[in-house]
Unconditional design. Structure first.
Length: 282
């Protein structure tokens, strides 16, 4: 595996690979990789000749009150995992390389980005969309792999790629979970033992909501209340939101019909965790 820290050299290497007939898979990450990231890299390696993995903690998607400096980093461990999982190119630019001057351009995906996480973290998705657009520009034509744990992020990136006619196919991959159901996340490292024991309540609550839909529940507010009440019953959890929305548009869906997504966010001490599951109503 090769490592590139400069945009121009990474772009040139991927252009050469395609010119030689190779297909390219891209896995954008912020590093501190875990088994969820490993599954994305392995999927890309199964599908493509060249697998580029980006490791970049993007300051644009952190609000001033959020954990940019505290965000966990371990490039040596990340490099070993990427190589072990079949990555062929690690792209690890510095902040100065990615943003050599103040960023005056921002990519905003309306509507999809403004609900849920967008309401809780108003600047977040503009930062995500801007950096991902830049990474897509660096990588060129490819398939890009994202975890469905960040369902809203996948929806935002997918719509951005379509709207801007970017030569990238966005592939969503299933959430990887711990044995007790907790979705794997780099932020799980912030959990105390007590909070870690409590955190699987998010998945249990979502599953209860999905079971209710499969049993015939069609009232959006009632299913949201079911999920919310189960999370609120856990003393370690501070609920941000519980929502059931149309899976593609993330718009409210009442009565529930077709493919829907149940999403939840809650804070456990320092860690703000999100999760989601899908269900079909109808």
């Amino acid at each position: 595996m090769e490592t590139e820290t400069r945009i121009a050299s990474a772009r040139a290497q991927l252009d050469r690979a395609r010119a030689g007939g190779a297909s390219v898979g891209l896995v954008p990450t912020m590093g501190y990789l875990h088994a969820g990231h490993a599954s994305l890299i392995e999927r890309a390696a199964a599908d493509h000749d060249v697998v580029a993995v980006t490791v970049f903690v993007n300051p644009l998607q952190f609000a001033p009150t959020e954990d940019l400096e505290a965000y966990p980093r371990d490039l040596a461990a990340d490099t070993a995992l990427i190589e072990r999982c079949g990555g062929t190119l690690l792209i690890a630019p510095s902040v100065e390389e990615m943003y050599p001057e103040p960023v005056l351009t921002s990519v905003h995906v309306a509507e999809i980005s403004e609900r849920l996480e967008g309401a809780s973290r108003p600047t977040h998705f503009a930062g995500v969309a801007t950096v991902v657009a830049k990474l897509f520009s660096i990588a060129g034509p490819c398939h890009a792999y994202f975890g469905e744990k960040d369902w809203q992020q996948v929806a935002v990136v997918r719509r951005m790629a379509r709207d801007l006619s970017l030569p990238v196919i966005v592939v969503g991959c299933p959430t990887v979970r711990e044995p007790d159901g907790l979705a794997m996340s780099s932020r799980n490292v912030y959990l105390t033992p007590e909070q870690r024991a409590a955190a699987p309540v998010l998945h249990r609550a979502l599953q209860a909501g999905a079971d209710a839909i499969r049993a015939g529940a069609r009232d959006q507010a009632a299913v949201e209340a079911l999920v919310a009440d189960l999370v609120r019953a856990e003393p370690e959890a501070d609920l941000d939101y519980a929502a059931v929305v149309d899976a593609a548009s993330l718009a409210p869906c009442d009565p529930l019909a077709g493919e829907v997504r149940l999403l939840v966010a809650a804070r456990f001490g320092r860690a703000r965790l999100i999760d989601n599951v899908g269900a079909v109503a109808g």
